[in-house]
Design a protein around this ligand. Structure first.
Ligand SMILES: [Fe+2]
Ligand SMILES: [Fe+2]
Length: 312
């Protein structure tokens, strides 16, 4: 039982108070942080099979080892978040092994196949950067002490993932020809995918438990801007086209396509020409999950059952 009412706890938090144990949490706080940590843990966990399948396309032994080092970090990040959930009485066992694949809470982007080395490194450059924007904000602002401390390690490792993406994007951009074309093709589907990842625009969002309890500091739109403020200049500097630019008058980045819009996962293409769709339609697409959802979940669970059932 928390010693505080909801209002007392919110007032304390906004005065700078940091919670150190689940016993201090009110039901509202507990619910909000469980949602936040489940999304965080599931995202880290599902990045592992996505990156693992893509790492097969590494151009050499040493580059594949770099990719595997990233995957090892992601599994550790997932474990940190699931471990914090266990402190709150949520079973890690149930979360990892007891849910249907569609019940995982990771973003739609990690339901997509990464089919070549370029897609892996753009995922590092885009998706891991989204992770840094989101988790860096949580690190700076969270009112939960154990999470704040755990994110020090996560932040440093995510920076390595991002650098890996940037270095390789630069190499592919400079190579010219087919390598650069492939890179542009990745950017074409992965840029809008990451933009959508940040969720509902602030104007449509009714309330945020995560902001009320200071589980994060920035709104969805602020995080989207933060991500574009480094991604757009990076791409422009590499000669890559992105469907967004900085608007001097508005003093913010603006998208050059209908947002949100529909996505065709079979051909990895956003249907800009069909115009804007509702967020309800986006939520339905997310709920229906993407093409790799079941395979990725199975991929992290399969060595657990009867030994040998996975041979050949
Ligand atoms: Fe991570
Ligand atoms: Fe990462």
């Amino acid at each position: 039982m928390s010693p505080y009412t909801e209002d007392e706890l919110k007032a304390k938090i906004h005065g700078g108070y940091i919670l150190e144990s689940p016993e201090e949490m009110t039901p509202g706080y507990r619910k909000a942080i469980i949602v936040q940590l489940t999304v965080q843990a599931d995202t880290e966990l599902m990045s592992a099979p996505a990156y693992w399948l893509a790492a097969r396309h590494a151009p050499s032994t040493n580059t594949q080892v770099s990719a595997h080092a990233i995957i090892q970090d992601e599994l550790a990040h997932a474990n940190i978040a699931y471990r914090l959930l266990e402190d709150m009485g949520v079973s890690k066992e149930k979360l990892v092994y007891g849910r249907e694949p569609h019940e995982f809470k990771h973003p739609y982007g990690f339901d997509q196949p990464l089919d070549n080395w370029a897609e892996l490194v753009v995922a590092n450059g885009f998706f891991d950067r989204a992770g840094i924007c989101l988790l860096g904000d949580v690190h700076r602002n969270t009112s939960y002490g154990p999470l704040k401390r755990a994110l020090v390690k996560v932040d440093m490792e995510e920076t390595f993932h991002l650098r890996h993406g940037e270095v390789w994007m630069r190499r592919l951009a400079r190579a010219g020809g087919a390598a650069t074309e492939l890179l542009q093709r990745c950017v074409d589907w992965m840029f809008p995918m990451t933009i959508e990842w940040f969720g509902l625009p602030d104007g449509l969002k009714r309330h945020s438990g995560q902001l009320n309890y200071k589980l994060k500091g920035l709104t969805n739109d602020e995080l989207r801007q933060l991500w574009m403020s480094s991604t757009v200049p990076l791409c422009e500097g590499l000669g890559l086209k992105v469907p967004a630019h900085y608007d001097e008058q508005k003093e913010e980045y603006v998208l050059e396509y209908p947002f949100p819009c529909e996505y065709d996962p079979e051909v990895k293409r956003w249907l800009f020409e069909d115009g804007e769709i509702t967020w309800q339609a986006v939520f339905e697409r997310w709920k229906g999950r993407g093409p790799m959802n079941e395979r990725y979940v199975e991929s992290v669970r399969r060595s657990r059952g009867v030994v040998g059932s996975w041979l050949n």
